[in-house]
Ligand binder design. Structure first.
Ligand SMILES: Cc1ncc(COP(=O)(O)O)c(C=O)c1O
Length: 383
């Protein structure tokens, strides 16, 4: 079975060389735009490509505003600050995620609360969140959700759309509004993914994207905050050192961040976003082929949740057991085809071991079994 899978993957990419998990491709106007940025001398934190990239992403996602940042982690940190997360607050998130999700919570000197994921979506389970809240939280007379134990505020909920598969946003929006908790979506992996026809990252008060080199489209390094107009103005200010606008004076009216995306990187992004629909179509074709190839193989291919369109950023399979997972990882990596296990649970990392958690049965079960398969855009996809 492993040999057949390796052969199948090699045939998709038409190579006997090493196959990475996700490599960027630049078949469009990338060189042209980057050269334009260089020729303009605007290579740093302001420039026409930054404005254009923000407008392009806002238009693509349907977000009223999009504010570019230097990476997805910075976007997450700023989004949580804008959501009103302050030191000592609690933020509900999933234990099965990339570490940046909960690092951003820690940067706010807030504390993550880890709840379980759903097997169906691999993302935060609204039912698990609600049962944790029922057991541990109450709404105070001012409508603030607080821990029963010591009155600390449960300020935000930060779900993540794992491998591009949308979480159950309908149910999550309901739980958050019942408990007056601000929803912020970590949509780093889900550019191009829709929940009931609407783009992920636009359901919460804020959403964030990443344009790291391994994402669906890349700016080298980069991120984006999605939000409404008013928050967008605040986001721009906060990520631009909180500098009051003035032709030559320097006045900063709060502690701000230098989180801006350089124009040089935005130029790459403008070219890549022109290709996004073709990239997503190619990734969905590959996912369909994986699903067909793996049918009856004993490996369960992870499909998009019902009612969603996933970008299939990283294709994933669920193995029967940890032993089977290890065998798959070994066989493929030894043959020059990169595969990798899903992340270790955040509750196993030294920085987050002590944090509050609900039952994590599904997260633990998936942690032992999920493997990502090569998922780069197929050759010739943009021809
Ligand atoms: C779920 C998730 N959140 C946040 C990030 C952080 O993005 P960046 O690497 O651009 O800082 C990433 C990816 O890198 C991610 O996969």
């Amino acid at each position: 079975m492993h040999d057949a899978l390796v052969r199948f993957i090699r045939d998709q990419y038409g190579t006997e060389e090493f196959i990475p998990l996700h490599a960027p491709v630049f078949p469009g106007r990338e060189r042209e735009y980057v050269l334009q940025a260089i020729d303009s001398t605007y290579v740093s934190s302001v420039g026409a490509f930054v404005d254009r990239f923000e407008q392009d992403v806002a238009a693509y996602t349907g977000s009223p505003r999009a504010v570019a940042t230097m990476n997805g982690t910075a976007a997450l940190h700023a989004a949580l600050v804008l959501a009103g997360v302050t030191p000592g607050d609690l933020v509900i998130t999933q234990a099965l995620t990339f570490v940046a999700t909960c690092n951003a919570i820690a940067y706010c000197h807030a504390e993550p609360v880890f709840v379980d994921v759903e097997r169906r979506t691999l993302g935060l389970s609204p039912a698990a969140m609600e049962s944790w809240l029922d057991a541990h939280a109450r709404l105070d007379p001012d409508g603030v959700c607080r821990l029963k134990e010591d009155g600390r505020a449960v300020r935000a909920c930060l779900p993540m759309h794992t491998f591009g598969h949308p979480v159950d946003l309908g149910a999550l929006v309901d739980v958050c509004s019942r408990w007056r908790i601000t929803l912020v979506e970590d949509a780093a992996e889900s550019l191009g993914s829709l929940y009931r026809g609407r783009h992920t990252g636009t359901f919460g008060r804020l959403g964030t994207l990443s344009f790291n080199g391994n994402k669906v489209v890349t700016t080298g390094g980069g991120g984006m905050i999605l939000c409404d107009e008013a928050l967008g103005t605040r986001a721009k200010h906060l990520t631009t050192t909180a500098k009051a606008p003035h032709a030559y004076e320097f006045f900063h009216d709060e502690v701000g961040y230098n989180y801006r995306l350089p124009n040089l990187n935005a130029a790459l992004g403008c070219a890549q976003i022109e290709l996004l629909d073709r990239f997503v179509a190619s990734k969905r074709t590959l996912a369909q082929r994986y699903a067909e190839h793996l049918a009856g193989s004993g490996l369960e291919f992870v499909r998009e949740p019902e009612g969603c369109r996933s970008n299939y950023w990283l294709n994933a399979v669920i193995c029967d057991s940890r032993a089977e997972r290890d065998a798959l990882l070994k066989a493929t990596n030894e043959r020059g085809v990169m595969t990798r296990p899903i992340w270790r649970l955040m509750t196993e990392l030294p920085a987050y071991r002590h944090c509050r958690r609900g039952s994590l049965d599904t997260s633990e079960w998936l942690e032992e079994r999920v493997v990502n398969l090569p998922s780069s855009v197929l050759p010739g996809a943009t021809a």
